[in-house]
Write a new protein. Structure first.
Length: 269
């Protein structure tokens, strides 16, 4: 019976950029930014973690990620979204929670980036360093499975590209506040200090980064600006965190902030 490494090698040979994923956290178990692992490296990675799940980087394609949970159904959101009528027959997969991944190739010279909660229960994963889990990856809820009715990935129609690009909010960076003196003002000052002084010692870097990102987002700082500032603060940290950890922490805090604004929890599919 094929092991996970055999499936990982199969995806590599199909042209995907493969990433090993920890089952419990859904995070990459090694640095992968802008890197495509060779077959030899894949064998070594899965030799150390033979049960690791498999993800592929969204390099020349993107994924419409539909989530299903108790209070939000991404399928309902998709049904009410104009974009849905332009989705061609294409490669798809079901997720352990009953969600769906819809794969589409990026047209030449077109950039599609990550957009969390572009609609309730729907994320877009398209940055070259985003990734999606693929079969036979699994978690306690079940397995990721390919829908074999269509086995080719279609190119995204121009209409879908236009809708996704129009969806991206255009907000200016906002540091102007009317905060009164006191605890909240002091916390705001600390955020500015962390930008140039970094996130502190090794033991508390992750918590400091999470607090830093959460502090920016709750104050209404633009998401992309907050991400850039997080990278700057990490750069000035004496022992910076790996970029993959920065990305994972930022995404986690962004989801929490979006949930806070929307008044609902978030569950990974």
């Amino acid at each position: 019976m094929p092991g996970m490494v055999d499936y990982a090698l199969h995806y590599k040979r199909l042209g995907f950029s493969v990433v090993p994923i920890d089952k419990s956290s859904k995070r990459a178990i090694t640095k992968f930014k802008d890197k495509t692992f060779s077959e030899h490296e894949i064998r070594l990675l899965w030799k150390d973690r033979p049960d690791a799940n498999i993800a592929v980087r969204t390099t020349d394609f993107f994924v419409i990620d539909i989530d299903v949970k108790e209070d939000v159904n991404g399928y309902d959101s998709l049904r009410d979204w104009e974009l849905a009528k332009y989705i061609p027959p294409t490669l798809c997969a079901t997720t352990p929670s009953g969600g769906r991944h819809i794969y589409l190739k990026k047209p030449p010279e077109v950039t599609i980036n990550q957009d969390i909660k572009v609609r309730p229960g729907i994320d877009i994963k398209g940055n070259p360093n985003n990734y999606v889990l693929v079969a036979p990856s699994n978690n306690p809820k079940g397995k990721y499975q390919w829908d074999k009715s269509v086995e080719e990935m279609a190119v995204a129609p121009n209409e879908i590209v236009a809708i996704l690009q129009a969806e991206k909010p255009t907000r200016s960076m906002n540091f102007t506040t009317n905060y009164q003196q006191g605890e909240f003002s002091s916390k705001t000052a600390k955020l500015f200090e962390q930008i140039v002084f970094g996130l502190g010692d090794k033991g508390g870097r992750n918590n400091a980064l999470a607090s830093f990102v959460g502090g920016l987002l709750v104050r209404g700082v633009d998401e992309e600006a907050a991400y850039l500032l997080a990278k700057i603060a990490n750069h000035y940290t004496p022992s910076p965190l790996p970029q993959a950890e920065v990305d994972a922490t930022f995404e986690s805090m962004l989801r929490k902030e979006l949930d806070r604004r929307g008044g609902s929890g978030y569950t990974e599919n």
